[in-house]
Write a protein that binds this ligand. Sequence first.
Ligand code: 6PG
Length: 252
Amino acid sequence: MENIIKITLGPRKIYLFSTYYELSRFTLKTWEKISRLAIELRGHFTVALSGGSTPVGFYQNLSFYLPHTLWKKTHLFLADERFVPLDHEESNFRMIQKNILKRINLPKANIHPMATENTDPDTCAKKYEQTIREFFHSEKKIPPFDLILLGIGEDGHTASLFPGASALQETHRLVVPVQYEKIKQKRISFSLPLINKARNIIFLAYGQNKAPILSEVLEKNNQTLPASLVDPKEGRLFFFLDKEAGEFFHRD
Ligand code: 6PG
């Protein structure tokens, strides 16, 4: 039996795991539960994935262990993307192809990358918003994803919403272009309104280097940090951490 420490802080349900393996296995079980219910209720499961290094091992486990019966009803979107060609080494979609899609034959219609070629970030964001609205048949309202998987940067960013970036102020658009002086890359990101409409949000973080920022978010609720602004009013908000990343919880 995993020795999982569970802590609830306001809307945030925090789970501390001893190892990344246990964190990944629990995330898989949670994903499976959410997807089964979504498919039962609505006929499909909509999930938006983040990039970065944290989820790579989990994505590999997912592609090995999730039953195909669930995959064929799963629609994969991206919560954010670097504005590079889809085969570029820094592309989130390329990372997802490498760690998930090359092992499962998901129907092409179920895979929704951001089209970053032969366009500009603003047009790309508008097109992805249209893709989302058409998929959900939701021209006006903000559609609810069944699950959004997020990471957290050491500066408190999540998806590609960075501290102080104008994209954080967006109240209408679902998908926004991101120009952030501290990173050279242009990005495309889900906006906070779209993220906060999700039925389920899981933050994944592990390692000592994430402990300070997680203390800022979870212990101090530092509202200057984008990750602190993730608060799905009608959804569930999980933080799946290893004990190093969540060390402030068992600091004596
Ligand atoms: C991206 C991600 C980003 C990531 C954090 C954490 O496109 O890079 O979506 O938000 O989740 O930067 O990255 P690590 O998992 O590599 O620490």
